[in-house]
Design a protein around this ligand. Structure first.
Ligand code: DHB
Ligand code: MG
Length: 220
């Protein structure tokens, strides 16, 4: 019996093959002392595939960090596509800008520095895919402006919705898990959203993604 980390290594070697640009972005995030919250390689490729599957040309990301997932998403939208990514920490945004420049994607990505909830007020939609990966305690605050920037067919993806199972504990003291629970309550109650969430294990531990598809009216 092997462990989830070894399985990630196996799957990555076979299917993902993170290239030198992505590896450098991950390494520079670490070297700059950024939090170790970068998505796993196979998760980045999942985002890439989801963006391609929905034919995304405009992607919104909340929480840039070092721009690793941003690179996967920007590669999915093609040369005519655009990614807008919001980052509250100017030093993280600088690392991301350098990573995106090295990736040759600087011209299709806009890194906007500031609190995502405020930044979103200035944006014009619709976006085809939104990746929510900023401070989880605010996930419920992010959902209404994200929906305002969406259209029927927009796919919303939220990272870190399981948090080692804390999400299933109504009495959790983890502010991030509480934010995710409020977010999931809003998602569940919104007739425009058809949603699921899936647990993941691997190099990022035990966590998960939520997916919500926007439609015009009640449809699930
Ligand atoms: C945390 C945030 C993330 O985006 C992530 O992928 C993992 C952990 C965190 O805040 O702990
Ligand atoms: Mg995350």
């Amino acid at each position: 019996m092997t462990d989830p980390t070894a399985v990630d290594r196996y799957l990555d070697g076979l299917l993902v093959q993170e290239d030198s640009v992505l590896a450098a972005a991950r390494a520079d995030a670490e070297a700059a002392g950024l939090p170790a919250h970068t998505v796993a390689a196979n998760q980045g490729k999942l985002l890439h595939l989801l963006a391609r599957a929905v034919g995304a040309r405009r992607v919104l990301e909340l929480g840039t960090l070092a721009g690793y997932s941003t690179i996967w998403l920007a590669r999915a939208v093609g040369p005519e596509g655009r990614v807008v990514t919001c980052e509250i920490d100017p030093s993280f945004a600088r690392v991301a800008a350098a990573n995106l420049h090295r990736a040759g994607l600087g011209d299709r990505v806009e890194v906007l520095v500031g609190p995502a909830a405020e930044t979103m007020q200035r944006l014009e939609g619709p976006f085809d895919l939104v990746f929510i990966d900023a401070d989880k305690a605010s996930n419920d605050v992010y959902l209404p402006p994200v929906l305002a920037l969406s259209r029927a067919g927009t796919l919303i993806v939220a990272d870190n919705v399981v948090r080692e199972g804390a999400v299933a504990d109504p009495a959790t003291g983890d502010p991030s898990a509480q934010g995710v629970r409020r977010f999931l309550d809003l998602v569940a109650a919104d007739p425009r959203l058809t949603a699921t969430a899936v647990q993941t294990v691997g190099v990022k531990g035990w966590d998960g993604f939520a997916l919500a598809l926007v439609s015009d009216a009640a449809a699930r």
